[in-house]
Design a protein around this ligand. Sequence first.
Ligand code: ZN
Length: 249
Amino acid sequence: MITISAITGISAGVVGACAYFAPQVLRVRDERALRQRCARSRSLVLSYDDGPGAELTPRLLDVLAGESARATFFLLGVRVAKNPELVDRIVEGGHEVGCHSQQHLNAWTTWPWKAVADIDAGYRTLSRWIFDDALFRPAYGKLSFATWLVVRRRGAAIGWWTIDSGDTHSVEPSPQQAIDQLKRDGGGVVLLHDFDRSPKRAAFVLQTTELLLRTAKREGLMVRRLGDVFADSGRCVAASRPPGTGVAR
Ligand SMILES: [Zn+2]
């Protein structure tokens, strides 16, 4: 016999599962739309998460400047607090800055209020450089209903990616894998990371960036910031504050 408590338990489980999986369904839809948008506009977006890294980010900025390419950086509050001058350099280079939370908490394994507070703290740390509705990329790519709602309330767009370079995989793939997918898709948003790890990982990020830029030139793709691609659809995405205009809060 099914008891009331069993039904209540099942209902709570279903509601709980929906709270975590519903935003993932939206993610699949948004990623598909982003892939199509990049292909239509022949765009390559280079996106870097979890930085800035004291060693890697300056080297990366030099590579990008050498090719007059602009990228999108999803910065982590705790690393921004350690290297604020690197955020100045990123913004001065014409790159776009988005929020990637303060401490990189996983919304699926953290209490909802803690995950929400982590996102708000990330935006507060970055408030000298970005507006309150700047692009957001969830840590680990994980959103719960609570974190999805708080990002939506800000009016911030979620900056997914369409091509994973594999630079955080336990076994690094060849950089060629990202190149092949970029060519196959006719454009895309590539996920890379610019926090400091081993010299081997740093070399992979720099080499993959150079190869992607070379491929874009050969294939006639435009290298753009993610906000510029969103702007194609009429969606207004808050740009990074111009250098020196931010108000610390
Ligand atoms: Zn991350």
